[in-house]
Design a protein around this ligand. Structure first.
Ligand code: F6R
Length: 609
């Protein structure tokens, strides 16, 4: 969703801000803009479409300025257009703002500004009210005006403002939308997200809800709404610039698929102690806690939800505690049975997904203990949880989630093993054998990736179909949902996933000669049942691509093609079987010439409902 970058220092703010915005492109956007304080003037340039359009627009202008703010917009209120793009200004063009989030009461504020202050609005956005509010409430300095404005605003937002009369200063405010401040050398920054700043610094402040930031080249001040200084520790960022660059790969999605062996290893090894046992370091989950929990809710959205579906199988099997998995947007509105005997596990790569955050708050309000599985350190989900289990995937830039998913799975396995061990619901030998299998996963993932050309060939053959079905049983059904989502989001092919046993209750009606069915058949314990489902669709002359473990010599009899994954125990197949599906989605989208890293209508971080 929208991205914000602000710079104040001594270099050309234009280039630094545009560079930062490019690093936020992955969040999804439809227009971009920049405002600079330049030689006593406030200059605003904005353009519908990609950042390159904006660059072209300003290429011949010698825009100078050492303070500025920039924005990538993901339209919510008002169509994507030059006019609705940010920054927005007050009527006389002396104040500019960029905004991420939604001002929920913008209609009331608009009415008030028109009736009481005769303001004329130029755009259809909710954001424009912020510039006018700051302007009409400005009686001295920008920070007081911003604080007065936020008292009137409702919603979830982060925004930054600059004023012609206060050169060198950026004032930003956060309420329920991501905002960080970055400490440079002789310069300072604000941004929505870490990748925007990685080229320039590795020390940041995480800004909390209800906090105001005043940024000048010399210092960053964080104040609360009573203007009292807030003391905040500096966070040292461990991600490198290379993590956020393509490094020779054609797309971030392909790079991130290839990064999985490393990311899985990192996530796993950081949670194993010298005896080779799971360590929770800083997370307190005692036996007493576990005996108290009578239910676990896993709540998330999209791919993270699919990781949760696998998590249910794993945790129930190992810890023998009932687990319910829910999409966050449903959970929060259905008055779920949550109390102080509930463990609530939120899963989120970004840690900023509004639905997940709202569900977490609802669970907390009802007394649940909250443990989150998060990739972005210091994100909102992480900060609002009682405990955090970080994935060590590094920044995930492609909109389609890959390495976040597999590292989320690793966390869920570790949680399951830890709980099972503590509760005595698994034996020592089982515990160690699963850990051994998990340790072997990075190499097995590499082995699958090395055979990517087989999947590329398959994609070349199948890329122009208009419908694909994914079927599976047990954890294979969870992976089927993920494979289907991957394919539809990057290739725009209509894909559909279903638990294989459900086929004959309706969906099999759609099987015709040459219908593509991707059948996950990796579960030894369920193989015979799954085989029957494959036979059923094959009998309708479907084109069946099966995914099975090496050494399975029955699967070929009824499949048109088979993709083999290395031998492993049933429990860990989701970590392997998803890899060919990610590659398949990628290569199909590439054959179709789609914008793989930034699929249409999608945003990386969904910070609105
Ligand atoms: C799909 C995808 C999305 C996200 C979902 C949740 O590839 O990336 O479905 O998984 O929007 O995002 P996070 O994990 O950031 O909460």
């Amino acid at each position: 969703m929208c991205g914000i970058v602000g710079y104040t220092g001594h270099d050309n703010a234009r280039d630094i801000i545009i560079d930062g915005l490019k690093k936020l492109e992955y969040r999804g956007y439809d227009s971009a803009g920049i405002a600079l304080l330049s030689k006593g003037e406030l200059i605003v340039r904005k353009q519908k479409g990609k950042i390159v359009n904006l660059e072209k627009e300003i290429a011949d202008e010698n825009l100078q300025g050492t303070t500025g703010i920039g924005h990538t917009r993901w339209a919510t209120h008002g169509v994507p257009s030059d006019l609705n793009a940010h920054p927005h200004t007050n009527e006389d063009g002396t104040i500019a703002i960029v905004h991420n989030g939604i001002v929920e009461n913008y209609m009331d504020l608009r009415k008030w500004l028109i009736e009481e202050h005769h303001v004329s609005f130029r755009t259809d956005t909710d954001s424009e009210v912020i510039a006018h509010l700051i302007s009409v409430l400005n009686e001295g300095n920008l920070e007081d005006a911003v604080l007065a404005a936020v008292k009137m605003m409702k919603g979830a937002y982060a925004f930054a403002a600059i004023s012609k009369s206060e050169p060198g200063k950026i004032v930003a405010f956060r309420k329920d939308a991501p905002l960080i401040a970055g400490l440079g050398k002789g310069c300072n920054f604000i941004a929505s997200d870490i990748p925007a700043l990685l080229k320039y610094l590795n020390k940041i402040y995480l800004i909390e809800n209800g906090e105001l930031v005043i940024c000048t080249p010399e210092q960053i001040q964080i104040l609360d709404q009573q203007k009292q200084p807030v003391k905040r520790d500096v966070l040292q960022v461990t991600w490198s610039l290379e993590d956020a660059e393509k490094e020779g790969y054609e797309h971030f999605m392909l790079k991130e698929i290839h990064e999985q062996p490393k990311a899985i290893r990192e996530t796993l090894m950081r949670r194993l102690d010298e005896r080779g046992k799971v360590k929770l370091d800083g997370i307190s989950l005692t036996l007493e806690d576990l005996e108290r929990f009578n239910k676990i809710y896993i709540v998330a959205c999209g791919t993270a939800y699919h990781a949760g579906l696998v998590g249910k199988y794993i945790i129930e099997k190992m810890a023998r505690i009932p687990v319910e998995v829910d999409v966050a947007s449903e959970f929060r509105y259905r008055d779920p049975f949550v109390d102080d005997k509930t463990l609530f596990i939120a899963i989120s790569q970004s840690g900023e997904t509004l639905d997940t955050l709202a569900a977490l708050r609802e669970a907390k309000r009802k007394g649940a203990r909250v443990l989150s599985v998060v990739n972005v350190v210091g994100s909102s989900v992480a900060r609002e949880s009682d405990d955090v289990f970080y994935t060590w995937a590094g920044p995930e830039i492609a909109v389609a989630s890959t390495k976040a998913y597999t590292t989320q799975l690793i966390c869920l396995y570790l949680i399951g093993l830890y709980m099972g061990d503590l509760r005595g619901t698994i034996s020592d030998s089982y515990y160690h054998s699963v850990l051994q299998e998990l340790k072997a996963v990075p190499e097995k993932v590499s082995a699958i990736i090395e055979r990517a050309n087989e999947i590329e060939e398959l994609a070349k053959y199948l890329y122009n179909r208009d419908q694909v079905f994914f079927i599976g049983r047990g954890t294979d059904s969870a992976v089927a949902y993920e494979g289907s989502l991957k394919l539809k989001e990057v290739s725009y092919i209509n894909s559909f996933a279903i638990a294989a046993g459900e086929l004959k209750h309706g969906t099999i009606a759609l099987m015709e000669p040459e219908t593509i069915v991707i059948a996950l058949a990796t579960q030894d314990a369920l193989f015979d049942k799954m085989y029957s489902n494959i036979v059923e669709v094959k009998a309708r002359l479907a084109h069946v691509v099966s995914i099975a473990k090496e050494g399975n010599d029955r699967i070929g009899q009824e499949s048109t093609e088979v993709i083999f994954i290395p031998e492993c125990i049933d429990e860990v197949t989701p970590l392997l079987s998803v890899i060919p599906l990610q590659l398949f989605a990628y290569y199909v989208a590439r054959e179709r010439g789609e914008d793989i890293d930034k699929p249409r209508n999608l945003a990386k971080s969904v910070t609105v409902e």
